[in-house]
Design a protein around this ligand. Structure first.
Ligand code: PLP
Length: 467
């Protein structure tokens, strides 16, 4: 057979193609990839905890892509599950129809999510999961005769980018360009104990942060608030864990005012904290859990909302009632089949146990870096989900100003970490933090490689900032 003629893209390097600007990247400065000196690697393949770019350079994926490549790359079991499903029934919807993989997946998840969170509505992403939870909350209240349509989430929390989810997202920099947003969104304090702005007593936390929900509820009308959204561990800002008693207090406030409690676990579910859900780890019972990312270890796009029986009962009130929401791809059979295979791998390879066994060790190593590097102001996290907050003056908790942060993160850290083959995130949506979220299969030896790179880079970073 004659060889196919080479196209223009065959003859160009991947980076040169990227620099042409045909492909637009998500939340990425255009100067990072369009033009003469693109600094974005084009990824080509993956195996275990590692990925390789188109030049053959290897990286440890210390962010699990975006907090989602739980069982790592190159898993034949998931490829086989997808292939088999594509051969048997490549597509069917959950819209007026059902198919076996989605039915099975809902059943399996019901066994693994806490309490009576045993109804599952599948979508394709985390933002859609959050949108679905918002609409479900409003519809549940309205069908019970209550006109509740307002939501409270937390400062600096990220809940997605679609207009409803963006309303919940508490990052001013992401919201401002698109205002006015949907009305009825309010943001309470988060659980940043390192820089608590609302209680003189903190640390230790006296739960003023939890009670800040109640102030908003009183001000905005207790009978108008539909739901409170919290992540078990808040990602944006750098792994804000819940202080002792915090979730119980939020649950009690929700119960007092008839408000639904939604645990947004798009990152935290599926092992990131060493449990199927963050709610299980911290022992609270939300009315809904939103999830995505790790449900398929990112081999297929899938998200969803789990909701409790009392919500399902209201929606199934009479023979004509339905949840007024849906999408063509939600619960795609190939994604559902992959999610089922993912659960099998989690169980046969004791993935949750691996995180529980090594997460504390990883935390100890990060605290070891704190002892060594004055530039680390705080170490926060749990499981395989950690953040290092970087400061100019540790004794007085003085952070870097905007120019210094730019110089530190973009001018040095991001590139140097990549040069040394470590993918993690240097983030400054609040104070500058390095975020770490390794694949859940990572061994102590592999986590040790991450620590060694950080050790070197932080030594160099401190010198750079002295210059
Ligand atoms: N909720 C949380 C807590 C998230 O971390 C994210 C994404 O990182 C989302 C929602 C949105 O998910 P997606 O990017 O899949 O739309």
């Amino acid at each position: 057979m004659p060889e196919a003629p080479q196209t223009e893209s065959d003859t160009m390097t991947a980076n040169a193609q990227l620099a042409d600007g045909n492909l637009w990247l998500h939340f990425t400065r255009t100067s990072d990839w369009i033009g003469d000196t693109p600094s974005i690697p084009v990824l080509d393949r993956g195996e275990g905890c590692y990925v390789w770019d188109s030049d053959g350079k290897r990286y440890f994926d210390g962010l699990s892509a975006l907090f989602c490549a739980q069982i790592g790359y190159g898993r034949q079991e998931l490829v086989d599950a997808a292939t088999k499903q594509m051969q048997q029934l490549p597509f069917a919807t959950n819209w007026s129809w059902a198919h076996q993989p989605a039915v099975d997946l809902a059943g399996k998840l019901a066994e693994r999510f806490p309490g009576d969170l045993d109804h599952f509505f599948f979508v394709n992403s985390g933002s859609e999961a959050v949108e679905s939870a918002m609409k479900l909350a409003i519809q549940y209240h309205r069908m019970r005769g209550e006109d509740r349509w307002k939501f409270i989430s937390r400062n600096y929390a990220y809940h997605g980018t679609t207009f409803g989810a963006l309303g919940l997202t508490g990052l001013p920099g992401l919201r401002k360009m698109f205002e006015p947003l949907r009305p009825g969104h309010f943001h309470a304090a988060n659980t940043n104990e390192y820089r608590c702005k609302i209680s003189q007593a903190c640390p230790p936390c006296d739960l003023t942060c939890a009670r800040s929900f109640e102030q908003i509820i009183q001000a905005e009308g207790p009978d108008q608030i539909a739901a409170i959204f919290v992540e078990p561990v808040q990602n944006a800002g750098g792994c804000f864990t819940p202080p002792e008693g915090y979730m119980e207090e939020v649950r009690a406030i929700c119960d007092k005012y008839g408000i639904l409690m939604v645990s947004d676990e798009v990152i935290c579910a599926f092992g990131r904290l060493g449990y199927w859900t963050g709610a299980e780890k911290y022992g609270y019972q939300p009315d809904m859990i939103t999830f995505a990312k790790g449900v398929t270890s990112a081999y297929q796009p899938l998200g969803g909302v789990a909701f409790r029986r009392h919500i399902g009962d209201v929606l199934a009130e009479d023979t004509t009632s339905m949840y007024l929401h849906g999408s063509t791809w939600g619960g795609h059979p190939v994604a559902a089949a992959v999610a089922l295979a993912n659960i099998e791998v989690f169980e046969s390879e004791h993935i949750l146990e691996n995180v529980r066994e090594n997460g504390d060790w990883f935390g100890e190593q990060l605290h070891g870096l704190y002892d060594k590097h004055e530039i680390i102001g705080d170490v926060r996290g749990t499981g395989y989900f950690w953040a290092l907050e970087l400061v100019k003056d540790r004794d007085n908790k003085v952070g870097f100003d905007d120019e210094e942060t730019e110089r530190l993160l973009r001018g040095f850290l991001s590139n140097r970490l990549m040069e040394l083959g470590l993918i993690c995130r240097a983030d400054d949506r609040d104070e500058p933090v390095i975020q770490l979220s390794p694949p859940l299969i990572a061994t102590q030896e592999e986590l040790g490689e991450v620590i060694a790179v950080l050790d070197q880079v932080l030594t160099e970073a401190a010198k750079k900032m002295e210059d």
